[in-house]
Design a protein around this ligand. Sequence first.
Ligand SMILES: Cc1cc2nc3c(=O)[nH]c(=O)nc-3n(C[C@H](O)[C@H](O)[C@H](O)COP(=O)(O)OP(=O)(O)OC[C@H]3O[C@@H](n4cnc5c(N)ncnc54)[C@H](O)[C@@H]3O)c2cc1C
Length: 412
Amino acid sequence: MTYDAIVIGGGPAGATTATVLAQHGRRVLLLERESFPRFHIGESLMPYTWFSFERLGVLDWLKRSGSPRKHSVQFVSTSGNVSQPFYFFETIKHDCASTWQILRSDFDTMMLENAAAKGAEVRQGVAVRDVLMEGDRVIGVQADGADGKLEKHLASVVVDATGRDTLLAGRLGCKRRDPDLTKIAIFTYFTGALRDPGLDEGATTVAYIPEKGWFWYIPLVNDMVSVGVVADHDYLYRGTRDPEMIFQREAKGCRWIRDHLAQGTRLNSMRVTGEFSYRATTAAGDGFCLVGDAFSFLDPVFSSGVFLALKSGELAADAIHVGLDGGDITASTFDGYTREVCRTLDSFRQIVMAFYDRTFSFGAFLGAHPDLQPLLVDALVGNVSDGLQPLLDALGAFMKRTDRRPADAMSP
Ligand SMILES: Cc1cc2nc3c(=O)[nH]c(=O)nc-3n(C[C@H](O)[C@H](O)[C@H](O)COP(=O)(O)OP(=O)(O)OC[C@H]3O[C@@H](n4cnc5c(N)ncnc54)[C@H](O)[C@@H]3O)c2cc1C
């Protein structure tokens, strides 16, 4: 049987692509290597994920999931000063102003089950080993089958949603690391750690450490908290490469994190993610496209990863639907998709670069450009459109100014 589409990987990007294609009435096969629920990092959502969830029909699950509501983000300076929380509802007059902190094992399982419920054929525990090609055109995949034998599956289009495994970008040799964002992350979970009261209970906290590194603190269901430290490879690995010792050392030096973890109990060993940010030089070709982390990964400081996974999944599925109506899926089917995804990534990247710039502070920037505050908020909640250009231009110009003094690490 030839499918309309095969999706490789069942994370948020793959599940979204498969769901939207099934909603369009297309025959979709989704192959996921793991058996869900499986662990995944990346729990803090951006407010504008709401609109993807609405389209996918999963808002009710989120509302009933018991996931902490995220109304805000707050920043803590290296000296321990906590910024006024940045409440989304102050700017957004829509229910999306309150989003969620999700346990990915539960969330990803729900997303995959939703894809199946909407009509996609979902197979778990099936690893794709390679894509099948006819010249430059991808025509299907080769995947684990029964009795340890490889099976072939054919489709008009193959969507790579393999996340940081980057199956196709690896095979095509087109994955490029971002040389300006060479960070690593070391992270784990706690239970019983301190939560801020009231509205701030589900806030994401970004607590700075020296050299523009930072901790995330993300409250989750069942009294769990996801805590991780992100910084330059050379900074974190100074003196030791032991993740345990590095985490303890940095937590000890960061008063807010130390105080919040003091009463907590560690739940797991440390995990490490290196080779942080990258992008493939191509997002699509004849018979294929790349979505979510399979195309690009951007530093997670503004929690943009799941948003980008959902958004790229939706855009790719819509492009494929139109392409199938036209009878052929070629590289040009995805021109609009590539433009839109790259524009969004470029916007987020510029703001991430500002965050890490040693002499930049959002406070000083907004002091010079108070009129741009609404656009900065738009960017941080995921309301990304062409209208962001004045903000991006001003950020670029501000970062080039030579009269800036090294910023206090406090932000915004
Ligand atoms: C340290 C860190 C912190 C982060 N924090 C946040 C955050 O707070 N908020 C946020 O929004 N994002 C965050 N992210 C980013 C977020 O985790 C990702 O952007 C998101 O998971 C991307 O979704 P995806 O579907 O593209 O990939 P994934 O979620 O990785 O899914 C890919 C799936 O493909 C499967 N797969 C891989 N290879 C194969 C194969 N050969 N055959 C079949 N299946 C395969 C995998 O098993 C996996 O299930 C963070 C990332 C990191 C590294």
